[in-house]
Ligand binder design. Sequence first.
Ligand SMILES: Nc1nc2c([nH]c(=O)n2[C@H]2C[C@H](O)[C@@H](COP(=O)(O)OP(=O)(O)OP(=O)(O)O)O2)c(=O)[nH]1
Length: 156
Amino acid sequence: MRDSIRKLEVRVEIAPSRPLRLVVAALILRKGAGGTEVFICQRKPDQPMSLKWEFPGGKIEPGEGPEEALARELNEELGIAADIGERVAQIRHKYRNGGAVDLQFFVVKQFRGPLENRIFNDMRWAPLATLPEYDFLAADLGLIRDLSEGKLLEKI
Ligand SMILES: Nc1nc2c([nH]c(=O)n2[C@H]2C[C@H](O)[C@@H](COP(=O)(O)OP(=O)(O)OP(=O)(O)O)O2)c(=O)[nH]1
């Protein structure tokens, strides 16, 4: 009995202090003159990881499914009603200062409403080949490389 209590205490001590954040983000796509473009957003100067570029989205709230969470975030951040499409990537990343994230990326090809900037420092459509020119969040860098080389979306 005492042994099992001791084991339990040890487990509590080594439990991770920062939980894994479950995050969903959108690759909102359109056809541009020079090929496919994706919608990218820049974080504000007063946010953690300030001025880094990212794909719109955010944390899944308790009780939400990933698609539901992403539709909510896109409505809150950009004022659009989006049709959430195929999940094309999942990435786990440990930030040096801020714990770990589990990121799921979904394609969005259709949405209703004009894109409004409600929370970002800047936002724009970027041709896939130009993505490496932007200072993206570290977790996104593998995805950025694949997108810019035309690897990930070839079947879409
Ligand atoms: N939306 C979005 N978040 C991303 C991307 N890549 C990446 O590492 N993240 C991280 C940054 C944040 O830690 C988290 C998203 O959380 P959030 O949007 O709900 O809130 P936040 O930026 O204020 O972050 P936090 O300080 O509350 O953790 O996921 C991405 O491409 N898009």
